[in-house]
Design a protein around this ligand. Structure first.
Ligand code: F0G
Length: 462
């Protein structure tokens, strides 16, 4: 299977190809991002799409149970015996009640793709199953990532579970910024036994340092600049399609941080269309937090576009130069997406092109409010995930998305990832502990005396 897989620079002016086993963080010729590419003609194409869903019936077989590897013909870069899985991707397209969300969409038109149900509690497990498959195949023992939290949790989990073909355990090394990582995520990295370096800087600084360290020490980089991560994350779209009987929705709405999902989703649809497995490509809405809005600023305010691969690199360099000159750093309550220099910017532009996408930014207040609303529908998520619903509400109010559209929001991480954010919202506290005015959906615990009458009075009646 693997002889028909290679790496290819995404820049159409370069399109350099490399052996699939090359370990690169960019194209050696032009420095651009690289894709995992397939010679699809030489691969078995499934006869019918239901093939994938039928596999799920065979839950006793780990590769068929996995929501990633059940689709293995659509990411055919390794042999079956090489695939790493712990049962990731058991996630479903859920249909929340749009009325309880007070959303101006027709009933039944909204889906939540609930990726918080993954083993480490976020969508990252989809990508890690694929990237660990590659790391193991290459015999790479030291795996590393910079992270706002979820990547490190997922990587640490797979590192502790995966053994090299010769039986040696892997070793996970995590770089997290000082301060802003949510405790649920940090606790996972520690518990799974990864060496955790709290670098004195933010995520962008961690990203820079880990790239240097991986070059110097030969660490295998597990951030989404690793193109195999994105192969696994394509399957989020396959599961959405499965949930809709392979009729693509009108819109996919996703929070944007390092832009790995954004990049993976566009690639998924490019390939599905090329293989004749979808009749149309949904539109994509990428939602930035207002305090970490590089993509939004470049796309909307500076008109940056993929432009057939000829995207305006000077515009981006000037933008970052200005940002650094003014000492601007990313800052948002949605710490998962607190990123000012998204490493997948070029691939994200390609996805926005392929999926006729839009980008918007939402405030921290809107994120917290939507998070509370999502909680009330029974689908707990962390702040970054709720950016998708905040973005949808904004795009509906602006008429960019109309109320008859079929929309899927990606809920990227579980509510328990960041309990502090939730408790602060409901109990009326700011970061740092200062009292804050009550929020719209505040649900504070009620203090009550240890006394039956007082308890009954507090409960009251409906
Ligand atoms: N939502 C959650 C819960 C995340 O953890 C992340 C990214 C995103 C959304 C953004 O996804 O990077 O594909 O645009 N978290 C990374 C991390 C950066 O280190 O855990 P993206």
């Amino acid at each position: 299977m693997t002889e028909s897989v290679f790496l290819r620079c995404i820049d159409p002016g370069c399109h350099a190809t490399l052996d699939v086993d090359s370990v690169v963080h960019g194209c050696p010729l032009c420095g651009g991002l690289v894709d995992v590419a397939y010679d699809w003609d030489r691969l078995p194409t499934p006869g019918a799409i239901t093939f994938f869903a039928e596999r799920w019936g065979g839950r006793g077989r780990p590769l068929d149970l996995s929501g990633v590897w059940r689709f293995r013909e659509l990411l055919p870069f390794a042999r079956e015996e090489e695939l790493v899985t712990i049962g990731e991707g058991q996630t479903l397209l859920q249909t929340p009640d749009v009325r309880s969300l007070d959303l101006d969409l027709m009933p039944g038109r909204l889906g939540f793709q609930y990726e918080g149900l993954n083993p480490s509690g976020s969508f990252k497990d989809n990508g890690m199953a694929a990237a660990f498959t590659m790391a193991r195949r290459l015999g790479r023992r030291l795996v590393a990532c910079a992270s706002t939290g979820n990547t490190s949790a997922s990587m640490a989990m797979y590192a502790s579970l995966t053994r090299l073909p010769d039986g040696r355990p892997m070793r996970g090394i995590v770089f997290v910024g000082s301060g802003k990582i949510a405790l649920g995520k940090l606790s996972q990295a520690l518990d799974y036994g990864a060496q955790t370096l709290q670098v004195d800087g933010d995520f962008d600084a961690c990203m820079r340092r880990i790239r240097e360290a991986s070059d110097r020490l030969g660490l295998y980089l597990m951030n989404s600049v690793n193109p195999f991560r994105l192969e696994g994350q394509k399957t989020i779209m396959y599961r959405v399609l499965e949930g809709m009987s392979w009729e693509a929705p009108d819109w996919i709405v996703v929070p944007g941080g390092n832009l790995g999902n954004t990049s993976a989703f566009g690639k998924a649809f490019m390939e599905l269309q090329m293989l004749g497995l979808v009749s149309h490509i949904p539109r994509l809405a990428v939602v930035n937090a207002a305090g970490a809005d590089t993509l939004c600023a470049l796309f909307n305010d500076h008109g940056l576009r993929w432009n057939g691969g000829e995207w305006d690199r000077e515009c981006v360099t000037a933008f970052y130069g200005k940002m650094d000159g003014a000492g601007v750093k990313a800052s948002t309550i949605a710490t998962a997406i607190e990123i000012a220099r998204p490493v997948n910017l070029a691939k994200a532009l390609r996805s926005l092109d392929v999926m006729n996408g839009v980008v918007c930014r939402v405030t921290d207040d809107a994120i917290l409010e939507e998070k509370a609303r999502i909680g009330r529908t029974g689908f707990g998520c962390e702040p970054a995930s709720a950016a998708s619903l905040a973005g949808l509400r904004q795009l509906l109010s602006k008429g960019v998305i109309d109320r008859g559209s079929r929309v899927v929001c990606i809920l990227t991480g579980h509510a328990l990832k960041d309990p502090d954010a939730t408790v602060m919202y409901h109990m009326g506290r700011e970061e740092g502990g200062a009292a804050a005015p009550p929020r719209r959906f505040s649900n504070s615990p009620v203090r009550v005396a240890d006394d039956p009458d007082a308890i009954c009075r507090a409960i009251g009646q409906d």
